[in-house]
Every structure is written in structure tokens, then in C-alpha cells.
Design a protein around this ligand. Structure first.
Ligand SMILES: [Fe+2]
Ligand SMILES: [Fe+2]
Length: 270
């Protein structure tokens, strides 16, 4: 299956470039993905006119399954309400079949009004588990903020406040792919039997550590997950080709202290 991962569009921002967004969407439509994940910071300040413009621009994406999650810039003041009015629920569960794979997707709002910091929040944990409960060949989690620090982004800040618990939860849920944005640097951390895949900013010049605007195309089958970075209207670069299943001794899925801590050792396998 083919997944397009876009983030950090920042519609309405001083350094936003509509031409880059148009080029990226044209390329994505040409590629014909089965799923598009728009991983937050759709607007620059969460203003109503920016949401209207974001809806209009992103409406050009030609794909049956598009999952949007909000970012910190979208959640300014009551921006999260505008997000719901414009793109529907901030948290989403979705199942689809593509490329011969049964795919489970859970998207969660990691933002809080007027904070740049991210948090999933333990009130979401049960709901996330539910979303990944049924059998699936590929499990995808999407949120805006980063669960692991990203290189080339200066002083570490804004990371998901409960990142440790969330990483353990996602590993327990047998998640394969975590799709995020926020730091405007494309990056992959293979960790704990998952690929944490970050897209850069698709349509702004808010770029420092990684100087070019970029988005990702991800090809997945039962064997491999390959990630390719695309500069809108420009070059492409492989970000790696990874095995879909980690060797048992590296996945660490069998040794999970998190559930034992949470529920007690006798309830962990219930
Ligand atoms: Fe951003
Ligand atoms: Fe952000």
C-alpha cells in the first residue's frame, strides 16, 4: 500500500508557500496513495479564515482516506473547536484494506490549547488499545508531536509529555508505524519494533536543520516498509527500507513492564 504523509502546512503563515503545497498535492494525487495522513499544523494560528483556506487547499487531495490530526498551531485559543468544525473529530479510528493488507489507523490530538508542548493523555490509552485490538497486517498511529527527540532541532522541547508510557502502549498494541510532524525535520527512529516517521514541513520555509520543505511517501507490504522523502517539485531521497516485522529478540514485545506496572503482574495477560 502507499501512504502519503504531509505535515506542517502552516496556511496563513508569513513563510507559507502555496506553490509548494500545490506542487506536493499534485504529486501525491499523481502517486495515487491509499491513505493520506496530514499530521498537524495545518494552519499557522488556528484562525477561522486560515481553517477555511486549509480546508479548501487540502480538499484538492484526491484520496478516499485522508486522516487529519491537529497540531499546536491549530490549537491556539479555541482553534481545536475550529478544527472539529472543519475536519471533524480530533481523534480518529479507521480500518481499511489496501494492497492486500488489513490496516488499522488511530489518529490522536496531541495538542493542548495555547501550549506548544504535546501530550497524549492517559484518558486516551484505552481508546487507543481498542483501535488496534482487532487483527491487522499493518497498524498506524498518527499524532503531531514527537515521541523521541529529533536531531537538528536545537534545544529539546515540546516532546509528548507522556512519551515513555505512549511508546510502551504502542509497542504493546503492535503498532508498526508512528506518523508525526512538528519539528520540521524529516527523520526516522526505528525503535521498540516500530518506525517513528517524521515528515518535514511540506509548504513553508520554516526550515532550519533540514533546509528544504518536504513530505513523505511510504510503501508498505507484508515484508518491508520503505520511506521516501519528496521535496515538492524537486528531488527525492530514500529515508530507508525496513523490515515490516522485527526479529523477536529485538522487538521486546514479550517483555513489557508497562502493563505490569499499570495493572499488576497478574492482570497483565488478561
Ligand atoms: Fe509546524
Ligand atoms: Fe507543531
Amino acid at each position: 500500500m502507499l501512504i502519503a504523509q504531509l505535515s506542517d502546512i502552516h496556511v496563513g503563515g508569513a513563510r507559507h508557500r502555496a506553490d509548494l503545497l500545490h506542487a506536493a498535492i499534485a504529486e501525491v494525487n499523481e502517486a495515487g496513495p491509499d491513505l493520506v495522513v496530514v499530521a498537524g499544523d495545518l494552519t499557522d494560528d488556528g484562525y477561522p479564515d486560515q481553517y477555511a483556506l486549509a480546508r479548501e487547499e487540502l480538499g484538492a487531495i484526491d484520496c478516499e482516506h485522508v486522516v487529519h490530526v491537529p497540531g499546536n498551531h491549530d490549537a491556539r485559543n479555541v482553534g481545536y473547536v475550529r478544527f472539529e468544525d472543519t475536519f471533524g473529530s480530533r481523534d480518529k479510528q479507521l480500518r481499511l484494506r489496501a494492497g492486500g493488507l488489513d490496516v488499522a489507523i488511530v489518529g490522536v490530538d496531541s495538542s493542548k490549547p495555547d501550549l506548544n508542548e504535546g501530550e497524549i493523555g492517559r484518558e486516551h490509552y484505552g481508546w487507543i488499545e481498542e483501535g488496534f485490538e482487532d487483527p491487522a497486517d499493518l497498524r498506524i498511529f498518527a499524532c503531531h508531536h514527537h515521541l523521541m527527540p529529533i536531531p537538528g532541532t536545537g534545544r529539546e522541547r515540546n516532546q509528548v509529555a507522556d512519551a515513555g508510557d505512549v511508546l510502551a502502549l504502542l509497542r504493546h498494541c503492535r503498532v508498526d508505524l508512528v506518523l508525526s510532524g512538528h519539528r520540521h525535520v524529516p527523520w526516522i527512529w526505528p525503535v521498540a519494533s516500530m518506525l517513528l516517521v517524521h515528515s518535514g514541513t511540506v509548504s513553508t520555509m520554516r526550515t532550519r536543520g533540514f533546509p528544504e520543505p518536504a513530505y513523505n511517501l511510504i510503501r508498505a507490504d507484508r515484508e518491508r516498509i520503505a520511506v521516501e522523502l519528496h521535496v515538492p517539485g524537486g528531488r527525492t531521497q530514500s529515508l530507508g527500507d525496513y523490515p515490516q516485522e522485527w526479529p523477536q529478540e529485538l522487538s521486546g514485545r514479550q517483555a513489557d513492564p508497562f502493563l505490569e506496572v499499570r495493572r499488576g503482574p497478574w492482570l497483565a495477560n488478561d
